[in-house]
Design a protein around this ligand. Structure first.
Ligand code: ADP
Length: 303
């Protein structure tokens, strides 16, 4: 069982031949709305990957909130911990040009009200094998959730996205840190693009680190001296948006199912399976809509 405490946003996406300069208006096309937010995406990723998954978060009392709640329910996520609060839902305004270059403005809305969790949330976290966290809701809630998980024996997996330097108070509660290369450099406060250097620096902060490497796969290191590198499946990447969320959601599921990091074999299997999920997501256009189900993940895992 996986519990996610995190954000949900509605992505408002428009395509244009090029991005506007400040003050300029360009004509766009192809407007679409897509449920997103790293928390909701990772909860959907975990549920589609086959886990029982609870989502603790907040949406506004607007039509966007209704839409996002429905999208979580459609993927089988348990939303008893999803609050509806007065005011707007979180939104991301996204413009994308022909070269897939984008700009994004996020207004957290209801996500910003998630400052304090309650006894029901604590019970949800205690009942999970893995608690999955990101950094798109107030840090106070992230730290509170992680503290309860630690006290109640639930493994804390933190995806440090969007990239930020982290307080010791939170780092001390993390069992597994999941980062891409950019996030790794920011969290470790090290300017390097060498995965081994990044992993070493991060191991000074947390006991286990998973580093995603895009088309090159992923690496793992822990304080017991175990190091694993797995390649990503060879695929034709169409759209890598949400590949990191697919990876992280599936990693949490694999970690929960295999009982953690008890051997090099279980770590390798969890990482390979998460890479299969990231690759399966990258094979399809779209963000949360492209998050793969278990058969799609297994197909690339077995290939
Ligand atoms: P983020 O999207 O957070 O920057 P990455 O780009 O590292 O994260 O991608 C996350 C995971 O998704 C990778 O570890 C890999 O498993 C998978 N992935 C991403 N891009 C590709 C690709 N082009 N080919 C195969 N797998 C990919």
């Amino acid at each position: 069982r996986v519990a996610v405490v995190g954000s949900s946003n509605l992505d408002l996406v428009v395509s244009a031949s090029r991005l506007p300069r400040p003050g300029e208006t360009v004509l766009g096309e192809n407007f679409r709305t897509v449920p997103g937010g790293k928390g909701a995406n990772q909860a959907i990723a975990a549920a589609r990957a086959g886990a029982a998954c609870d989502f603790v978060g907040a949406v506004g009392d607007d039509e966007f909130g209704t839409r996002m709640r429905a999208s979580l329910v459609d993927s089988g996520v348990d939303v008893r911990g999803l609050r509806t609060v007065a005011g707007p839902s979180g939104v991301a305004l996204i413009a994308v040009d022909r070269d897939a270059e984008n700009f994004i403005v996020v207004a957290p809305g209801a996500n910003g009200t998630l400052t304090e969790l309650d006894a029901d949330d604590r019970a949800t976290i205690a009942a999970a094998d893995v608690l999955l966290l990101q950094l798109e809701v107030p840090l106070a809630a992230v730290i509170q959730a992680a503290g309860w998980a630690r006290a109640d024996g639930t493994t804390v997996v933190l995806n440090a996205a969007p990239a930020a330097a982290l307080p010791t108070e939170l780092l001390d509660l993390v069992d597994v840190l999941v980062v891409n290369e950019h996030e790794a450099a920011v969290v470790a406060e090290v300017a390097s693009d060498d995965p081994a250097v990044l992993l070493d620096a991060l191991l000074k902060l947390v006991p286990r680190v998973v580093l995603t490497l895009g088309a090159r796969g992923a690496g793992y290191a822990d304080r017991h001296g175990l190091r694993v590198t797995v390649p990503a499946p060879l695929i034709d990447a169409v759209d890598t948006t949400a590949a990191g969320d697919a990876f992280t959601g599936a990693l949490a599921v694999g970690w929960a199912e295999r009982g953690g990091a008890n051997s090099a074999d279980t770590v390798t299997a969890s990482l390979r399976w998460a890479c299969a999920a990231g690759a399966a997501c990258a094979q399809r256009p779209g963000a949360s809509t492209a998050l793969p189900d278990r058969p799609a993940i297994d197909a690339l895992y077995d290939a």
